[in-house]
Each structure stands twice: as structure tokens, then as C-alpha cells.
Design a protein around this ligand. Structure first.
Ligand code: BGC
Length: 736
């Protein structure tokens, strides 16, 4: 049976039988997640709690911002010690579930999610997350706090790295792929030892932190929430995601963790979620700070009544729920419901039958190969003047820039368990290629910043490769930045390189889409290599030297400058003529009546969906199997089929992502100028052509109003098919 059925309630008989035997204390214990013990006293306290049934879960982290902390320990024995006490010494023997932030890799690190979304290859993403699950479960981890599926429109926000970018459709496909990869694609897979319980986070709206400042308030209309923020969570839930993490933020003044509407009504009710909700780190007790609760007791009451089932760290539930019940302020039904949700997943993932784990040595070689493959598909070729790339392997290379010998940052944030020692630097990866092929490399050592002496190197013969960008400590949790321009000294370095008269390739390492306008003129080619994990440098060299034809397409808009933010492709039609959107001229408009800025051309630096290849593709005009269809027929499951012929018109084999966008011309609400509603990545030999068909059905052709009613309205809809969101290649259909 497909996991899409969301059938966790099938365990309710066992769950209810167990629930009946539980004391109030034991019930509350299941809702309490402790962090790793920080000292021997805490260790002893936690052991006693396990013995008394007062702990349901443990998160293997000691601080809330573990995302940027390297820690290479294996904890299998540590878990088992607690598990033995819980299973063998507690009255009911209910096993603990151990969670850890295994975000985009464990020992082998895959690209940051923002980058892997650019691969536009959900099947490959699923395979990678399967590999991640295998590595993490081999060490005894049951549960990961991933995937993060927060849509964001603000690249200043450090946590942009963790999510799939700005588009709800891409977000949904990424969410499904990651969940299936972690958990397996069949509902019974969750009980396999190599399945990792997934957690879609941060529910809800965290990516809209105002000004990109982490943990900030969010103000989101119901319309945006329904159409842009929710789809990835809906997809995760439909893919069988067993847990969801509530977010730190409020939405329009209501903390999500204190909102029965967002959790009970929307998540459990409308989305049909049957698993359990864990709070984010301390986000129950933070309600005091937010000024919606007087004390911890009120925090606990708000959280549990809203549907947050498990309290991550800080024992707010553990210390307060019992007295709330005893004082008559809390009906025990809220606790029972939460315990049911937790136990359901403990049964579903097989913990009662198989609570202990031993460390299993696994072969990571295939994972490293996969990491290289997806990194190669995630990187973006943004510029390639006169087909400078690919370089010949016997080329003379002059390598400079702050990331030429960097290892650690290539992993990206939230990869604390990733092994740094197995990461290759750009210098090492280029050396491997040129040494084996009669080329050469000189590296400007330790060139952390632009430095005059190092410029002497540019007098050598060859092509200059600059490894530029930003490190992993300026992205991730609590690491937002106010200006996303690439740093001045790097621009200066590129200027000097350019002034040498040699060809200059910029390989940009980054966790966010940096504003490249100041540096772009000095780079003949730009490969945006992101923080692509363990195999970043190898994958970049595969592209630079032509073993891999680049195929990444940006899942996020690249702005020209920080002041451009927010700029996203699926914005609603503005009231006056547009000079802020894709498709208008790259000039500054000074005439009145335009929506845009007076001091900057408002088209993006690189639009959503953009990425070059070493070959060229032609996409024919889209054809539809029928020019019109009734809304009733769509509702019954019929589709419009949109077909195009894609031809590789260049001289190399390559992959193209065909993207289908719609625009609802007249609707009861203003609709986005374009919305992605389908894509397909295909590989074609030089000269080869293929017809591909993408379906458009009921789910794609409508939208939600601010209250969550789904509307499919009669009228004309433009259908665009192209290689990025700027495409003008279109046809039209009519919904009757
Ligand atoms: C983060 C979560 C993370 C949790 C546990 C929080 O600070 O927001 O994403 O899963 O810590 O480490």
C-alpha cells in the first residue's frame, strides 16, 4: 500500500490499549523530549526519568543552534543505555525515540537543500536522502528533524540554505522526495531499520521572518499562506511524513505553537496529518518572551491545547501539565490526544518490536558517488562568455580566491556530523585533473583577501580560476546578513584578474544566492557551486573540465543588489506597468507609471529556473490535447496534456529541464504573473529530439482563497513552456 494513504491510525488499537494502562505522569513523559545530558548530574536525572516513564524522546544535541557545530561522535551506545532503562526498567517499557538534526547529509554530506532543489530531479533527491537515512540509522538514530521546507523570498535569511527556495511547486516536489528518501516510499517501510522518521519543519511561515532576521515576527496573508507556504507541508504530509515541527515564529501576532487553528485545524484537520508535532527548541516557553503567556504553566497550556504534542527540551510540559490537569485547567483529553499521536509513530516505526540498535559499518562509497552526481546537477552555470568553459584538461590554471583551499565551508551549515577530512579542496580537485592530463596549476596560497603580492601570480600563463563566495558561518540558523553583495575584496581580486587580460572563471561557493552584479563584469564564466557538500570540488571540476554538462536551474531568484529584495518570480501582477519583473528591459526607467526603482534596473540578475548548459536546446511551441475543458471534468480527474518537442541543437549530450508555467488571465483574485506547475528533466544526445508531455489537472489549475477554499475558475489560462521563467513560448486553454 502506498505511504500516501497517511494511515498511521491503523495502529490505534495498540495505541489505545497502551494508553489505558498509562498514569498521567507516564502520559506526560511521552510528551517530553530531553536534550543530551550536559553533565553527570543531568545524566543521572535523565536515567531516573527513563526509569519512571518520564521521558519519551531524546534529541542528540546540547544546544539549540547545533546547525553550525561540528561533532563527529557516534552515539549508538549512548542511546542504548537510555533505551535499556526505558524498555527494561520502566513500568510499561515504552521505548524512547532518538532524534538528531540529520539535515542534508550525515557522514557523507549532500548539497544544501537550496542547491539540491536546483537539480530539478526529485528521483535523485530521493536516492540521496535514502543514502542519508542509511548512514544515520546505521548509528542508531531513529528520527531526523528534516526536511526543512520553509519557502522564503529573502536571501538575507541565513536559513535559506535549508529549504528548497522560493517556489511552492518545487518545494512540494522536494518535500515529497526527501520524505520518501528518509522513510521509504511504502508505509510499512517506516519499520525498517534503515528508515529514518522524517520531520517537516518549520510549520509554519518561518521563512517569512521579517527582513530576513532570524526568529523575527512574520506577517503573512492567508492568501500567501495557503498558496505559497502550505503546499510543501501538504506534500510532505501526503508523502507520509510522520512528524512535523512547529516553528518559532508567530503569524500575524499569533505564535504558531500557541495556535489551535494552524496546528489542530489546518495541519491535522485540513491536511489530514496523523503523526505528531514536536515543538522547536524551547518554543513553548518562549511564549513568555513573546508576551502571550505569564508563566511556564500558561505556556504549557497554550502549547498542548494548540496541538503541539512533544516539547523539545526545557521540560515545560514535564513540569507543568500535571498541575494544570489537577487544577482543572486542562482536560486530560488534550494529553491523551497528544500521547496517541506520539505512540502511533513509535508503533509505525517498529520501536516496540525492535528498540535497540547496534553500530553497523556501511559502505559509503556509493553515497559519495551519489553526492558527486547530485552536486553536479545542482550547480548553476550562470555565465559562459564565448564558451570559455569547459576548459581543456591540459590547461594551465592559476587558482586564487578565499575558497581555493577551503574544505569546511563546502559542507554548508547544518552538517555537523559530516566528515571534513574526506572533503577535497578546489586546489586538490583541480590538481587531480591537470596532473593526470598534462596540465598545470599554480595556486595563490592563503589568499584569504585580496592582496597585492598575490597578484604577481596573474602574470603566469593560463586561465585564472577564482574560488569566491561566502563561508558556511554566514548562513544557517541565527546567521542572517544585511548585505548579500559579494565582498569588496573579492570584487577587487576579480578586477585584477580581469585586468591581467586572461580569461577568468569564477567558481562561487555560497549558501545563498549572492548579489553578483558588482563582480559579474570581471568574470568570463560563472559557475555557482553553492555549498554542495562533501563532493563540491570534484563536482565543480567535473563541470569545469567538461566531464559533466551542467544542468542546474535556479530554484531561487538572484537579485542584483540587496535593495532588490524581495524579488521572486511568481509575484502578483502589480497595479501599474511593470519594470520590476522578469521580461522587461534591463534598463532604469525614469518615466512615471512604472513599478520599480529609479536607481537600478529591476530585472533580476538571474531569474528563477535559469541555468546554462554546454549545449543548446530548442523547445517547440506547446500543444495541448484539447483547447478547452470543463471544470467538472477536471474535478473528475481529467487533465489537459501539454506537449512540446525538445531538441538538443548543440554538439554535446546534455540535460534540459522543461518548465511549465501558467498564468490565469482573469480571476477573482490577482494571480501571479507566472506559476510553475510542472517540470521534467530529460537527457538528449546531440541532435536528438524527444516529445514530452506534462499534465495539467484540477490540482494545478486552481488556487486557494485566504480561508483555504480551493477555487478552479472558468476562463482563459496561458500556458508557458520553456527553459526558465522568462519564457514567452506559450499557448492558451479555456476552462469552461
Ligand atoms: C532549529 C531546528 C532544529 C532544532 C534542534 C532549532 O534551533 O530551529 O531546526 O531542528 O533547533 O536542533
Amino acid at each position: 500500500m502506498s505511504i500516501n494513504k497517511q494511515n498511521f491510525k491503523r495502529f490505534d488499537k495498540q495505541v489505545n490499549e497502551l494508553l489505558e494502562k498509562m498514569t498521567l505522569k507516564e502520559k506526560i513523559g511521552q510528551l517530553n523530549q530531553s536534550s543530551k545530558a550536559k553533565n553527570p548530574e543531568q545524566q543521572k536525572k535523565y536515567e531516573d526519568m527513563c526509569r519512571n516513564g518520564e521521558m519519551g524522546s531524546m534529541i542528540l544535541a546540547a544546544t539549540s543552534t547545533a546547525g553550525n557545530t561540528d561533532e563527529y561522535k557516534v552515539y549508538t551506545e549512548y542511546y542504548n543505555e537510555f533505551q535499556k532503562i526505558a524498555v527494561n526498567e520502566s513500568r510499561l517499557g515504552i521505548p524512547l525515540i532518538f532524534g538528531r538534526d540529520v539535515i542534508h547529509g550525515h557522514r557523507t554530506v549532500f548539497p544544501i537543500p537550496l542547491a539540491s532543489a536546483c537539480a530539478f530531479n526529485p528521483e535523485l533527491v530521493e536516492k540521496c536522502y535514502r543514502a542519508v537515512a542509511k548512514e544515520a540509522t546505521a548509528e542508531g538514530i531513529h528520527w531526523t528533524f528534516s526536511p526543512m521546507v520553509d519557502l522564503t523570498r529573502d536571501p538575507r535569511w541565513g536559513r535559506i540554505i535549508e529549504g528548497p527556495g522560493e517556489d511552492p511547486y518545487v518545494g512540494a516536489r522536494f518535500a515529497e522526495a526527501a520524505v520518501k528518501g528518509f522513510q521509504g516510499s511504502d508505509e510499512d517501510d517506516l519499520a525498517n531499520r534503515d528508515s529514518l522518521v522524517a520531520c517537516a519543519k518549520h510549520y509554519l511561515g518561518y521563512g517569512f521572518s521579517e527582513g530576513g532576521r532570524d526568529y523575527n515576527t512574520t506577517d503573512i496573508s492567508g492568501y500567501t499562506l495557503q498558496n505559497c507556504v502550505l503546499p510543501a507541508f501538504r506534500a510532505a504530509v501526503n508523502a507520509g511524513c510522520a512528524t512535523v515541527m512547529s516553528s518559532f515564529n508567530d503569524i500575524n501576532g499569533v505564535p504558531v505553537a500557541a495556535s489551535p487553528y494552524y496546528i489542530n485545524e489546518l495541519l491535522h484537520g485540513e491536511l489530514g496529518f496523523e503523526g505528531f508535532v514536536v515543538s522547536d527548541w524551547g518554543s513553548i516557553r518562549q511564549m513568555i518572551r513573546e508576551g502571550v503567556a505569564r508563566d511556564l504553566k500558561e505556556c504549557a497550556e497554550l502549547g498542548i491545547k494548540s496541538g503541539v504534542d512533544m516539547d523539545m527540551d526545557l521540560s515545560c510540559y514535564a513540569d507543568n501539565l500535571e498541575s494544570l490537569v489537577n487544577e482543572g485547567k486542562l482536560d486530560v483529553k488534550y494529553i491523551d490526544e497528544a500521547v496517541r499521536n506520539v505512540l502511533r509513530i513509535k508503533f509505525a516505526c517498529g520501536l516496540f518490536d525492535d528498540p535497540f540498535r547496534e553500530f553497523v559499518e556501511i559502505d559509503k562509497k556509493p553515497h559519495i558517488e551519489l553526492a558527486r552526481e547530485i552536486a553536479g546537477e545542482s550547480m548553476l552555470l550562470l555565465k559562459n562568455s564565448n564558451n570559455l568553459l569547459p576548459l581543456n584538461k591540459d590547461e594551465k590554471i592559476i587558482l586564487a580566491g578565499p575558497f581555493s583551499q577551503e574544505r569546511h565551508s563546502l559542507k554548508g551549515s547544518w552538517s555537523g556530523d559530516g566528515e571534513v577530512s574526506i572533503i577535497t579542496t578546489m586546489e586538490e580537485a583541480i590538481t587531480e585533473v591537470v596532473d593526470a592530463n598534462g596540465g598545470s596549476l599554480v595556486t595563490v596560497k592563503n589568499d584569504i583577501i585580496y592582496n597585492k603580492a598575490s597578484l604577481e601570480f596573474f602574470k603566469n600563463d593560463g586561465v585564472i580560476v577564482l574560488a569566491l563566495g561566502e563561508g558556511s558561518l554566514v548562513s544557517g540558523e541565527a546567521n542572517s546578513i544585511a548585505e548579500i553583495e559579494i565582498s569588496e575584496n573579492q570584487v577587487q581580486l576579480a578586477k585584477e584578474a580581469h585586468a591581467s587580460g586572461k580569461k577568468v572563471v569564477g567558481v562561487i561557493i555560497g549558501g545563498r544566492p549572492l548579489a553578483l552584479q558588482p563582480i559579474e563584469p570581471y568574470l568570463d564564466a560563472i559557475l555557482y557551486a553553492w555549498h554542495c557538500g562533501t563532493e563540491t570540488a570534484h563536482a565543480a571540476c567535473d563541470i569545469i573540465f567538461g566531464d559533466v554538462n551542467p544542468s542546474g536551474k535556479s530554484s531561487v531568484t538572484f537579485v542584483k543588489s540587496t535593495g532588490h529584495i524581495p524579488l521572486y518570480y511568481n509575484e502578483l501582477l502589480p497595479a501599474k506597468k511593470i519594470n520590476s519583473y522578469y521580461g522587461t528591459e534591463n534598463v532604469i526607467r525614469t518615466t512615471p507609471g512604472f513599478s520599480g526603482y529609479l536607481d537600478i534596473p529591476a530585472v533580476p540578475m538571474y531569474p528563477f529556473g535559469f541555468g546554462l548548459s554546454y549545449t543548446t536546446f530548442e523547445i517547440s511551441a506547446p500543444k495541448v490535447n484539447t483547447p478547452s475543458i470543463t471544470v467538472e471534468k477536471l474535478k473528475e480527474g481529467e487533465c489537459i496534456e501539454v506537449s512540446v518537442t525538445v531538441k538538443n541543437t548543440g554538439t554535446r549530450k546534455g540535460k534540459e529541464t522543461v518548465q511549465l508555467y501558467i498564468h490565469d488571465i482573469i480571476a477573482s483574485y490577482i494571480r501571479p504573473q507566472k506559476e510553475l506547475k510542472g517540470f521534467k528533466k530529460i537527457e538528449l544526445e546531440a541532435g536528438e529530439e524527444k516529445e514530452i508531455t506534462l499534465p495539467l489537472g484540477y490540482d494545478e489549475l486552481g488556487f486557494f482563497d485566504e480561508r483555504g477554499n480551493y477555487l478552479v475558475e472558468q476562463g482563459d489560462i496561458e500556458i508557458f513552456v520553456g527553459d526558465d521563467c522568462m519564457t514567452k513560448n506559450k499557448t492558451k486553454i479555456t476552462l469552461l
